[in-house]
Design a protein around this ligand. Structure first.
Ligand code: ATP
Ligand code: MG
Length: 391
């Protein structure tokens, strides 16, 4: 129909908390726009800023769903709408609204007029388009308080109008890159990907480190962690994953120390290696998926033991007060759950004692650790380090 030539599909991206940042607003907007651009790599497009939002346009017809899917994962995104951009004349606007309108049920028109020279104000526009819709679709009725459908018309300053009918919820949070950088201890479990997601949501750039004990853990376990990193990368704007083998460390602990201390001692090695890797890469903190009391190693005594080896970086534990069911809920929502539950062994289950220490005594832990060549084992582990990039 003749309308086709006059209207173009665009995407409206509205952002959240950024406006709270006062003087820093410009900086936040710049980082946010860069993150939007990065998320659309490989798709031809243009992004323009409009007061309080961005308009994505100039993409190939048919790619709008994919673009919304990608941009909804960019932190800072509050909501998105696929809209028609049309000439701002009443007939064109009405025809476009009609094309989006339902055939039955309650509705209202919600107009907004940025261009005050448009002949109708927003109330008049609501009434005029609403009346025409009622005449064209007798099974519709108006409900301004609790309508089933809302049809939005946004008259812009440049002689165009945006017409749309739905909102997609974005990931929320703050643009990644506005709150420093951290090193996530990424296992193959449910919790650590969620922890990385939550910290990135507050604007922190996240890199990750994974420990494996090949050949006790297999290649599939490794691929699973790589897949988790890839899934997280869609939210974090890319991830660098460090993979370090701790087999010799575990063997040494197994040889020299009480079996029930395996996890307690291994955790201390993981923390040291993570901290040094973080510092080498500009990381300002360690991030873990620990939740208080969830398993034997996550008691306050266990946490004290593993944290006490750190020299300068703080540990962020975004899940510390969450129940497993709450963590699983997030993991399903962000799409990591199905991968996390694949049944491959993690290094923590290798040499797993029947009765891990629940309340390790720090002095005893330090005594046992003294039997090991801590620095030698760390150097040996670092020699196995591989670095992978996910975008
Ligand atoms: P997750 O679901 O994240 O594996 P979990 O409930 O299995 O957690 P633990 O195995 O006690 O709990 O691990 C606690 C935290 O220690 C993890 O969330 C993760 O941050 C870190 N961690 C555990 N194993 C590894 C590993 N192999 N590589 C990197 N980090 C690990
Ligand atoms: Mg685990």
């Amino acid at each position: 129909m003749e309308l086709q030539g006059e209207r173009e599909k665009v995407i409206i991206v509205r952002y959240c908390e950024i406006h709270l940042k006062g003087k820093n607003r410009g900086y936040f907007e710049k980082v946010f726009q860069e993150n939007l651009e990065r998320a659309l790599k490989g798709i031809r497009h243009e992004i323009r800023r409009l007061s309080g939002r961005y308009i994505v346009e100039g993409f190939e017809p048919g790619r709008e769903e994919e673009i919304v899917e990608r941009l909804s994962k960019v932190f800072g995104t509050h909501t998105l709408s696929i809209a028609y951009k049309v000439f701002a004349d009443l007939e064109t606007i009405y025809q476009t609204v009609l094309s989006l309108a339902p055939h039955a049920g309650s509705f209202k028109v919600q107009a907004n007029r940025a261009d005050k020279s448009f002949p109708l104000n927003s109330m008049q526009l609501n009434a005029e388009i609403g009346a025409r819709l009622l005449a064209a679709r007798p099974q519709l009725n108006v409900d301004v308080h609790d309508p089933q459908h809302v049809l939005y018309v946004d008259i812009r300053e440049n002689g165009t109008a945006l017409v749309f009918a739905n909102y997609v919820k974005g990931a929320g949070g703050m643009p990644v890159g506005t709150a420093g950088k951290g090193m996530l201890l990424l296992s193959g479990g449910i919790d650590s990907p969620v922890a990385g997601y939550m910290i990135a949501k507050r604007g922190m750039k996240v890199d990750a480190i994974h420990f494996h004990s090949y050949p006790y853990t297999n290649l599939q376990a490794r691929e699973k962690v790589e897949e988790l990193a890839r899934l997280l990368a869609a939210y974090t704007g890319g991830i660098t994953l460090h993979v370090v083998r701790v087999t010799h460390i575990q063997e040494a602990i197994h040889r020299s120390c009480p079996a029930e201390m395996m996890i307690t001692l291994l955790r201390r090695f993981m923390m040291r290696i993570a901290e040094r890797t973080a510092r080498r890469c500009g990381g300002q903190c360690i991030i873990t998926g620990e939740s208080l009391g969830q398993v034997a190693s996550q008691t306050i005594e266990g946490i004290t033991s593993s944290e006490s080896v750190l020299e300068s970086l703080p540990v962020l534990r975004p899940l510390i007060g969450m129940d497993k069911t709450e963590i699983i809920e997030v993991s399903r929502r962000i799409g990591t759950y199905e991968t996390s539950i694949l049944p491959y062994e993690d290094c923590c289950t290798v040499f797993l004692p029947k009765h891990p220490l629940i309340r390790p005594d720090l002095a005893q832990v330090v005594r046992e650790e003294a039997k090991l060549d801590v620095e030698g084992l760390i150097a040996e582990a670092f020699a196995t380090e591989e670095t992978l990039s996910f975008s």
